[in-house]
Design a protein around this ligand. Sequence first.
Ligand SMILES: Cc1cc2nc3c(=O)[nH]c(=O)nc-3n(C[C@H](O)[C@H](O)[C@H](O)COP(=O)(O)OP(=O)(O)OC[C@H]3O[C@@H](n4cnc5c(N)ncnc54)[C@H](O)[C@@H]3O)c2cc1C
Length: 384
Amino acid sequence: MDLTLSPREEAFRDELRAWLEANNPGSEPDGDEAGFEYRRAWQRTLNEAGWAGLSWPREYGGRGATLIEQAIFNEETARAHAPQVANVLGLAMGGPTVIAHGTEEQRRRYLPPILSAEEIWCQGFSEPDSGSDLASVKTRAVREGDEWVVTGQKVWTTFAHHAKWCMLVARTDPDAPKHKGLTYFLMDMEQDGVQVRPLRQITGEAEFNELFIEGARIPSGNIVGGEGNGWAVAITTLMHERATLAFSLQVGVQIALGELLEKAREARGNNGHAASEDPVIRQRIAQLLIEAEALRLNAYRSLTATMRTGVPGPEGSLGKWHWSEINQSLTELAMEIEGPRAMLDSDRWTYRFLRARANSIEGGTTEILKNIVAERVLGLPRMR
Ligand SMILES: Cc1cc2nc3c(=O)[nH]c(=O)nc-3n(C[C@H](O)[C@H](O)[C@H](O)COP(=O)(O)OP(=O)(O)OC[C@H]3O[C@@H](n4cnc5c(N)ncnc54)[C@H](O)[C@@H]3O)c2cc1C
């Protein structure tokens, strides 16, 4: 693992920095719709300048960039406080899955509108009785001529209310062993058989939804990776989710820690001293800085492994688990420093604290990630 940038990488970083300085539209407007349209416009701007889907092949509208360049992009956009993109799941998971398992026709059809944010994607994996144990999904797809008819329920479907396409895992062979009877479909959300109902989170936002699927139709041409091969395709999606997210999230932690330090210097305790002078708070901040550095180095280690093998490995699970612990501790400490003011739900740190509760559940719970790290990274005996 060599952390120094080559002259080519430095040139890439400088070009990006200059572009971000000239084009960053500033902070996001309030409100779900306004915020979403703002992120969609930002993604369009990025795409037109060739910054979306950086590591995707050029023939599908990407830039053919290396993973190091992708990492530089994540760091620089976070550092510049650039807005989020609208099609997070399409860019981070849907696109890479279609590139890995899709047909040439599917790649040409689906990839360009992911990049331009014309078509937003969501992920229909979890169900009311099937979250961690994805292989137990009950949503059924039954073949009718050249179509599949789908019935079932999905839950926690982030961005379903904006989405055109859903990465849907459904059971197509109820008699096969549970990992083998699954198929991965791209389901058009714009049809009568699909109903989207918002779920409100502790933050007050409705970022995710319930999906009720009643006789929805999917053409056979929308199967990714072949009938009965849904488990392997879904794993590709999850590996990309954890690897990509872990890398950009570690940058977010570095920035949040800087803000926490500022807050500790400004906030006064009962004795009139700055919180940053309190030895216990100093100790906790120091611990967080150490953890954040370990997270950053592990993200690079995982990136190096991905560059060697071409696919993200199980180490991404370690990054996601570690990040969620750091982010939760960091926001808890900010609330303590904030004191009673933290009760105001308009406070930025209160929002972050509440949102962080989901970190140890979304994208795989901490318990599940620990199992993956134990079995697949450390090689410990399997639980089952
Ligand atoms: C903010 C947010 C966004 C999300 N977005 C999406 C999305 O877009 N699409 C989607 O499909 N899903 C999404 N999810 C769902 C998420 O993936 C699931 O919540 C998660 O996988 C856990 O599943 P579950 O909620 O059914 O909990 P369960 O699987 O029922 O787990 C309950 C508890 O049991 C523990 N547990 C379960 N099995 C084991 C085991 N083998 N060993 C040890 N402990 C175990 C878990 O760790 C957990 O603490 C989202 C969730 C959140 C919070």
